[in-house]
Design a binder for this molecule. Structure first.
Ligand code: BJW
Length: 228
């Protein structure tokens, strides 16, 4: 059995990481055009660095929850039976890896990494970034940025994601509103191949009608139950 799971911010909500489009979500406090676009970064890099520095600073104190652990357990159990779980996450937090997931794709990047806009080298990063930060490889100052995917940028590892989704036996989406493409289009790719699709979310997402099965409730309750 080959399963592909797409996760969104709802899977980390009960760990205390804010979602984006809920009433108290990130985009209720910050304008996404200023905080999460290449144009916003070019116009005001200090503002964008402050936005990501604050989230990076908070992350080490956050812990994985029962949903992250259930998905790591599912990966192990499927592998032991000759199957596989490919976990595709839109989240930039590191809670899936801390829970033990190994076969993991961060399609929107990683908060704990930084990239040089001059030489494109990518680095583990736990400190603050600023407009003065120098690249550890090319020593260029002012080109370091969070290793995340902003609106208008192409998500990471798309070929591997489409390959995994279209050759899966089951596709599941957990804790995502289905508002952001191309992630939100993966269910359509799977359905086009007649692959069963399950939605696990607090409430029906924007493309709930595309799923063949659905379970609604908090991720820490419904994901462990689904995995059993
Ligand atoms: C629970 C729960 C609990 C709560 N238990 N569930 C017009 C202008 C600009 C761009 C566009 C445009 N029209 C279309 C576009 C394209 C754009 C897009 O889709 N925009 C839409 C908003 C319209 N997409 C892009 O720009 C993407 N790139 C692209 O398209 O490139 C072109 C291309 C693609 C493919 C091939 C060739 C070319 C890039 C998108 C990058 C998104 N980046 C962000 C920020 C990442 C860094 C960071 O974290 O700061 O990614 S935005 C933000 O949204 C973040 C998330 O990963 C992403 C998805 O959000 P998510 O996770 O679904 O969160 P929410 O809040 O929306 O939903 C949470 C859900 O959980 C809800 O349903 C809750 O009910 C539920 N929930 N608590 C279970 N306890």
């Amino acid at each position: 059995m080959r399963i592909v799971v797409l996760t969104g911010s709802g899977v980390s909500a009960e760990s205390g990481v804010a979602t984006f489009r809920d009433r108290n979500g990130v985009w209720a406090k910050y304008d996404w055009r200023r905080a999460a676009t290449p144009e916003g970064f070019a116009a005001d890099p200090a503002f964008v660095h402050a936005f990501y520095n604050e989230r990076r600073r908070a992350l080490p104190a956050v812990r994985p929850n029962a949903a992250h652990y259930a998905l790591a357990k599912l990966e192990k159990e499927l592998a032991a039976r000759g199957g596989s779980l490919t976990l595709v996450t839109q989240n930039v937090d590191d809670l899936h890896e801390r829970a033990g997931s190994k076969n993991l794709i961060h399609m929107h990047g990683e908060l704990m990494k930084a990239r040089c806009g001059a030489c494109y080298s990518v680095h583990p990063w736990k400190d603050e970034l600023s407009i003065e930060t120098r690249c550890p490889v090319c020593d260029h100052a002012g080109a370091m940025r969070p290793h995340v995917v902003w609106f208008g940028e192409i998500p990471m590892a798309l070929d591997a994601i489409y390959e995994a989704v279209t050759s899966a036996d089951l596709f599941a989406a957990i804790g995502t509103s289905g508002a952001v493409y191309p992630a939100a289009g993966l269910v359509g790719e799977a359905r086009a191949m007649n692959i069963p699709c399950t939605e696990l979310n607090l409430e029906p997402s924007e493309n709930a009608w595309l799923f063949t099965d659905s379970r609604y409730g908090p991720a820490t309750k419904i994901v462990p139950r689904w995995v059993e």
